[in-house]
Design a protein around this ligand. Structure first.
Ligand code: PNS
Length: 186
């Protein structure tokens, strides 16, 4: 039997599956790291979109948060870290060629807010799907807000944030106590 190669149907060109993982990440926790790692295995590319809304008076500036996350994921080619200016998330996702929004779900208490956002985003853009991912159990109670509070009050956060974040929290605290102390990481 002859086999005419020219009649083979062209292999469909697969569009890379891009996901956006938006958040404040002030600072990134090991729960976020866990979600990014899971997402990077599931999608061709995951864009960590750091909300640059200074109205939320973050502890770390958007540039600092981006720099920290880039450092944590250095060498991970399919993890991109970017800032997101506070416009509509679906518009940002569209600009990045993303068809998925990733959000972490830690506990039932997260659900209501996340459910509202997911349905609103779906209403705004039907082509973008929200995917919820659960971090490892040991991070279900970790949040950036609690990390900052515990650290500020002298508690131990080791194991809940990347070591780099612990360093940056220490420098930030020293700087806030004594603004003349030169930041080690400009
Ligand atoms: O980590 P956070 O602070 O809970 O992240 C919140 C974030 C950035 C995902 C949310 O504030 C957001 O999506 N902002 C974009 C504004 C928007 O698109 N709003 C309408 C859809 S809900």
């Amino acid at each position: 039997m002859t086999h005419d190669q020219t009649s083979e149907p062209a292999a469909p060109t697969k569009r890379p599956r891009v996901a956006v993982y938006p958040g404040s990440f002030d600072p990134i926790t090991n729960g976020h790291v866990d979600i990014i790692e899971r997402g990077s295995r599931l999608f061709d590319r995951i864009v960590v979109a750091v909300l640059a809304n200074e109205a939320k008076t973050p502890l770390f500036s958007a540039a600092e948060r981006v720099q920290i996350i880039r450092e944590v994921f250095r060498g991970r080619d399919n993890v991109e870290v970017d800032t997101f200016d506070g416009g509509l998330l679906v518009d940002y996702a569209e600009r990045k060629g993303a068809s998925v929004i990733v959000r972490g779900l830690r506990a039932v208490s997260d659900f209501e807010y996340e459910f509202q956002m997911a349905l609103m985003n779906r209403r705004l853009d039907h082509d973008i799907e929200t995917v919820f991912m659960m971090p490892a159990e040991q991070y279900t109670y970790t949040s950036s807000r609690l990390i900052k509070e515990v650290f500020r009050l002298g508690g131990e956060v080791r194991g809940l944030v990347p070591p780099l974040v612990e360093d940056r929290l220490r420098s930030k605290q020293a700087m806030l106590r004594d603004p003349r102390s030169a930041p080690r990481h400009a």
